[in-house]
Structures are given as C-alpha cells and as structure tokens.
Design a protein around this ligand. Sequence first.
Ligand code: NAD
Length: 261
Amino acid sequence: MAFTIDLSGKTAVITGSNSGIGLGIARTLAQAGANIVLNSFTDNDEDHALAKEIADATGVTARYIKADMSKGDECRKLIEQAGVCDILVNNAGIQHVAAIPDFPVEKWDAIIAINLSSAFHTTAVALPMMRRAGWGRVINISSAHGLTASPFKSAYIAAKHGIVGLTKTTALETAQEPITANAICPGYVLTPIVEKQIPDTMKEYNMTREEVIENVMLTRQPSKEFATVEQLGGTATFLCSAAADQITGTTVSVDGGWTAL
Ligand code: NAD
C-alpha cells in the first residue's frame, strides 16, 4: 500500500478555526485535498474571507459556519449544517489563569464547555455520519497540559485531561470500524491564546514578558522552541493517512520533549 496522503473528497470540520492552530490545521488539510468547514463564534467578513482564501489557494471547497462551542445545541448544529464530517478536529479552546480559590466560576464553566463538552457534542453527531461514509477521523486537540499539570490552570488542565479520556472512549467505541480517534498534545505554540496568557502570568509571577517566555513557558519545553501551527497541521494530516489506520485511542505529543521530562 502506498502511503500517500490524499484527502480529496473528504470533508474536515475544524472547530475554533478562525485563528491559530485550528486555522493552521485547516490550511494543511486543504493542501492535502480535504474540503474544509471553518468555525468560530463570530460571523465577520474576515471569517468568511479566510474560507475563500483557503479555497482559492488549494482548489478545495471551504466555508465558514458560525457556532458557539460553549453551547451544546450549537455544537450539534454545526455538524448538522456541515452535512458531512469525515474528519472532525475538536480544537476550540480558551484559557484562564488564576489560583483555585480565586478562579471565577463562570470561567471554569466556560472552559469546561468549550474545551471539553463541545467535543462530546460534535462527536455525537459526527460519528453516525462517519459510519454512513465508512471512514472517519476524530482528532481532539488536547495539550501537554492534558498529560501534565501546572499551577493556576485548573479548569484548562481538567478539560485537557478530560478530552484525552473522551478520545480513548471514542476510540474503543469505534475500534472495529474504519474510524480512529486520537488526541494531539501540543506544547507551547505562539498563537493568540498564548499571547493572552502572557500578561496574566507576568502579573502572577511578577516577571517581564521575556522572563515569562523563557522561564515559564519554554522552561518545560526542552527544545526551547515554540511548536508551529504548520507542524500541528502536518501531524493532523498524518493521522488522516492510511499509515495511521491502526493508530487510535492514543496521544501524539508535539511538545519539544516536554512530556519526556
Ligand atoms: P487561539 O486563541 O488562536 O484559537 C482558539 C480558537 O477557538 C479561535 O479560533 C477562537 O475563535 C475559537 N473559540 C474560542 N471560543 C469559542 C467558542 N465559544 N466557540 C467557537 N470557537 C471558539 O488559540 P490556539 O493556540 O490556536 O488554540 C487552539 C487549541 O489548541 C485550543 O484548544 C488550545 O487549548 C490548544 N492548545 C494550544 C497551545 C498553544 O500553545 N497555543 C498548546 C496546547 C494546546
């Protein structure tokens, strides 16, 4: 069997994909031939322009569907509106940094809803579509924080560990079908979600921006380099290839050695 990666004719729905890792994964899957559904909770001209840009660059069909991943019914409607979902990338995520006694309850609820429960809702609607199509890939974007912990990120770490568990259960429920479910666990990638953490962490640790990057973020990343959205796109595309047919229920770390420590 030739292990080329040709996703022509497949449709990928990527939640939270109008920036950062989701957009990087969408661009790479499109380069491999997959039709693309982009998503976020906004409905701006720029969101739709991103879909057009991907379609123009690659020749695939790409569209943008607004849906708020903090709401279960909108998560489900996103997949229904997509109509077909061969590749589901559960990527939408937010972060909040605070010690547990000070952690705002509404932030806890939002993080659990967007970073974890949304994947349950989208997967519930996507799996029957994958079964009808006779092929499917569920790719959950967890984190190095799905395998290890840090202080001040209780909700994020709970959600990211939770999505690893959901990934394993999804894999077991589909194990004898041509469907796989895996989680990608990135280390630090310099995207807007990370940019937003820098001021909070500066305050929490009384550090400069440079000190936060060097001494907090990349201190646990032995490569001392951020991972890139292109590398994550490549990892997701590999998980869609025939070479990955027997890779299911596991995590793939893209973290410069973080979890080897
Ligand atoms: P980002 O802020 O650039 O992207 C987050 C995406 O989620 C955006 O497109 C945003 O619009 C979307 N989103 C947020 N709330 C939403 C909602 N309610 N409904 C729909 N979409 C919503 O950040 P990113 O770094 O690209 O993060 C993407 C994923 O990767 C997240 O799950 C994050 O936890 C994970 N991750 C990021 C890093 C990193 O270092 N950047 C590391 C590990 C894991």
